[in-house]
Design a protein around this ligand. Structure first.
Ligand code: 5GP
Length: 190
């Protein structure tokens, strides 16, 4: 998606060969017009797939998914990060390794909000090693719902998540795919 690539070029900050900072339009200050254009692109890509629910993960996926939910005209659920392992039996839960913080998080979704008949599109801001996506796929599977695919804003294609998740048979549509990046020379798109 040209618009997103241009924005990453203009306003993204390559912090290291591994970390891209996009706080000025995606992860802190949010450009909701850009989010709407992203939602429209996912809607075009997943048109006819019968999506009736969007699922994302706390916290940085929420804004993007909420705006996409307006475009898809369907509910948006976010997996919550829980502190306790003493979980109630009315939730689905799984463990996710945080790319940015390094630690493990328990993430959960109420059984009320994810059901067997749902056709779910997973939305997230970044795809790196694929741990967040693995966790969300696990939650959908626990619910007996169907994953239509994953809509990712920025895939760092030089990290292994995208290839691994696609090899699992999950359709992944990333709006910007980064082949490599460097704090000195910037971002190269696929
Ligand atoms: P994964 O689980 O695929 O390894 O990493 C995806 C999650 O880590 C995303 O939800 C995102 O919040 C965070 N993340 C991964 N890489 C980056 C990055 O380069 N920049 C930022 N801001 N977040 C990232």
């Amino acid at each position: 998606m040209k618009l997103l690539e241009e924005r990453i070029r203009a306003d993204g900050q390559v912090k290291s060969a591994e970390i891209l900072k996009v706080d000025s339009f995606l992860n802190h200050q949010m450009d909701v017009k850009l989010f709407r254009a992203m939602g429209e692109e996912w809607k075009r890509l997943f048109d006819g797939c019968g999506v009736n629910k969007l699922l994302t993960i706390e916290a940085s996926g929420i804004g993007i998914a909420a705006v996409a939910g307006l475009v898809f005209d369907c509910p948006v659920v976010f997996a919550k990060k829980g502190k306790s392992r003493n979980l109630a039996d009315d939730v689905y839960s799984t463990e996710v390794m945080s790319f940015t913080h390094g630690g493990m998080n328990t993430v959960l979704v109420s059984k009320d909000h994810l059901r067997a008949g749902d056709r779910v599109l997973i939305i997230d801001d970044f795809l790196a090693n694929g741990a967040a996506l693995d966790g969300l796929l696990d939650l959908v599977q626990q619910a007996g719902a169907t994953v239509v695919g994953a809509g990712i804003a920025i895939e760092k294609a030089f990290q292994p998540g995208g290839a691994r998740i696609r090899a699992r048979g999950c359709r992944v549509e990333s709006l910007a795919r980064i082949a490599s990046m460097d704090p000195e020379t910037g971002v190269v798109f696929c």
